[in-house]
Ligand binder design. Sequence first.
Ligand code: HEM
Length: 449
Amino acid sequence: MNQDWTPPAPIPPKSGPGDWLRSLKTFRSQIEGLPERIFTQPAWRPPIPGTPFFVMAPELIEQVLLTQADSFTHGDLLPRMMRPAWGKGMFLAEGEAWRAQRQAAAPAFRAREIETLVHRFVAATEKMLERWLKQDGAEVERHGEMQRLTFEIIVDVLLSGGEGFDSDMMRRDVAGLFAEVNHIRASYILMPDSWHASRPPIRSEYRVRIMSHIRSLIRTRRSSPERGDLIDLLLKATDPQTGEALSDELLADNLLGFVVAGFMTTAVALTWTLWLATSHAPTRERLGRELAEVLGDQPLTAQSLGGLTFAGQVIKESLRLYPPAHTIARVSRDEAELGGYRIRPGQRIIVPIYAVHRHAAQWTSPHGFDPARFSPDQQVPQRFAFMPFGGGPRICIGLAFAMTEITSVPATLLRAIVIRIANGTEIWPQAGVVLYPRNGIRVRISAKI
Ligand code: HEM
């Protein structure tokens, strides 16, 4: 494998008469069939009434997500689809209800709190490693394994290790809930708001079971001594403006929401990063050298993580090429103007993060894998040109959690084992709720001698 590598992904051909036929592919996967102009123009309005408006230029994205964020809200479609997973939690809340939850929960997700979790990320990874090494040389499906690992980590950290409930059953219930959320009902799109306002909420058996576990966990933790973990911080969380604590109901909605938002996204980020890091020989070798020099045979700590500069570059390049959250959607509440286009109230706006990260105006060789773009001697990308965690007031609250986890896990794995990809020719990104490898990624592993 040479230095220049363009990893597999849908790359649009020059625009032409075939665009319309190709655009049908977006029904299968939102990143397939996007026309070339989305990768080259600042904004684009498809010439079909009712279709969304695409925004790609960083200064226009800034307008939507930051400077005029109050005018570009989630609209109705997302809550209709996601309510079973999120209830009244922060992800779907708007206005004052959102602000109060966001500000109350923010201290629990600060970088300095997350640093204290490194040993738990490492311990969970070592446990998985032990299991893998028992099957030395056997094939492992890495994406499935990463989902299991990230689920275990988030349950360990956010739900007190799942005390009092069966973590495997919880994982099955969360997967069932996810499948329900993914099931797009025609009524979400076709029925008017008045119909949705008067209909009872969708009752998910999975959600009922999960919430009953989480509520009982909250009751137990409220009456037991503090342990100084993340859940203690969330139990103590108060709105800094009003001093009010989060109700148990809102806390439960948010805990489930953090699990849902946090485990699939980090699982795919880990899968893509490990695949890129092990498939590109120069990267693999340089990473190996960095891990040996910075960590030696010492345990991984928050401090040593900070010394893994090249690993950080590889992770950013992975998040650029395969952003787990590939699209952000908003709806314009008011009349607006974006890049010279008139936007009417109710217009759907799409920020196609996948295409923004591969935009010709922002990146040289946009589809090529090159961790050097993020090296400390390079200019940092323009704000909103690189945005795997979104931006503005609704930027991902789990950013520090996710970045610490997706650095700790590969560092722990790559210093201990050699990974070989078993299905390199089948790798292809597919857009679902997150951007995942369509055929999985199968690997063979062996211990480093
Ligand atoms: C690599 C991993 C992750 C990625 C790529 C990611 C990406 C994102 C993005 C792009 C948004 C903004 C959505 C929008 O503006 O519509 C977001 C929001 C959010 N994320 Fe993450 N996320 C990750 C991990 C996590 C984790 C670990 C947690 C919790 C533990 C989490 C919790 C949330 C929450 C609660 C929001 C909503 C924030 C709000 O509306 O104020 N995420 N995430």
